[in-house]
Design a protein. Structure first.
Length: 159
């Protein structure tokens, strides 16, 4: 008795948890070994930039999730894709939700003048790439074939 292959990407970790883990570790390091981005006298403009990044990241994530919902598919990376979403923010980046989380992470680090979360952010991005994006791309290629490969050829992974 054989069963049909499961229609899932194989992503095992919910991506926001990876970003939260990096933030948690970054703020823990900042608490134990403070490493500010700028001296205290320059923190005002840094906080303004942080607020901008935070709002931009939230807006991008909301736009991306809304685009998925309008297409009738799940934004959860472990769920089955019922449509290939190429509109909205997906016209500019194949991973707007993860890019939004990068902006949110950077915004929180800038708002708090904490360098550690920014130092750890590239590691978080590599983990997301290998543990999530690579699996998603393999799944989408298998599910949507040439249509996904054409999309992948014209739209960058990040920006």
């Amino acid at each position: 008795m054989s069963s049909a292959p499961e229609d899932r990407s194989g992503v095992r970790i919910f991506p926001p948890l990876i970003y939260l883990g990096g933030l948690f570790l970054g703020f823990l390091l900042h608490w134990r070994l403070p490493l500010p981005i700028v001296p205290a006298v320059l923190v005002g403009p840094l906080r303004l930039l942080g607020a901008f990044c935070l709002v931009a990241g939230l807006a991008l994530d909301i736009w991306a999730v809304a685009t998925f919902r309008r297409a009738g598919t799940t934004p959860h990376p472990a769920g089955p894709a019922t449509a290939l979403v190429v509109g909205g923010p997906y016209r500019f980046t194949r991973n707007p939700m993860y890019l939004g989380l990068v902006f949110i992470t950077a915004g929180l680090a800038l708002l708090t003048n904490a360098l550690w979360p920014l130092i750890l952010l590239p590691i978080v991005i590599v983990i997301v790439r290998r543990a999530v994006i690579d699996r998603e791309e393999h799944y989408l290629t298998a599910k949507f074939g040439e249509e996904y490969l054409r999309y992948k050829a014209r739209v960058r992974r990040w920006l």
